[in-house]
Design a binder for this molecule. Structure first.
Ligand code: FES
Ligand code: FES
Length: 168
């Protein structure tokens, strides 16, 4: 099946088996290996990317369903010489150990900050009318789809808090 994905600002034409997941299309056919395959079942968050600005598990969706969508992977958020604010904060706060979950954590956190800024409530929010605070409880709840087997959670929360506070 022929279709085109816009990945990190570039149109990428593909001709793939329609059963190919978006994660496999990125990793195996576009050489974007930043997004990781932890479980391939929507349970770990290692494959989290942004599609039209919203975070999704790329292992749970078919690539062919995203013809024309704007896709951002960890490679599109920053580069080694120009880290995104969250990438820099994860480094500064030691928000990782092995790093396998980190691309998904950072993509997820990028969308999290946009969701909080837009006032979207979560299960941890005090009510539905007040702008959500960037508390530890809010961040933990909103990042609950991203597991870290190294348990770097406190440092991940610190990194997100720092960037979120600066953006306010
Ligand atoms: S690899 Fe997609 S959620 Fe685990
Ligand atoms: S840093 Fe190792 S899994 Fe999170």
């Amino acid at each position: 099946m022929k279709f085109t994905l816009t990945v990190n600002g570039h149109d990428r034409a593909l001709d793939l088996d329609p059963r190919t997941s978006l994660l496999d299309a990125l990793r195996d056919h576009l050489d974007l290996t930043g997004s990781k395959k932890g479980c391939d079942h929507g349970q770990c968050g290692a494959c989290t990317i942004l599609v039209n600005g919203r975070r999704i598990n790329s292992c749970l969706t078919l690539a062919a369903m995203h013809d024309g969508d704007e896709i951002t992977t960890i490679e599109g958020l920053g580069t080694p010489n120009a880290l995104s604010p969250l990438q820099a904060a994860f480094v500064a706060h030691d928000g990782y150990q092995c790093g396998y979950c980190t691309p998904g954590q950072i993509c997820s956190a990028t969308a999290l900050l946009d969701e909080v800024k837009a006032g979207w409530p979560s299960h941890a929010s005090a009510d539905l009318l007040t702008a959500p605070a960037l508390s530890e409880a809010e961040i933990s709840e909103r990042m609950s789809g991203n597991l870290c087997r190294c348990s770097a959670y406190p440092n991940i929360v610190d990194a997100i808090t720092e960037v979120g506070e600066k953006a306010r």
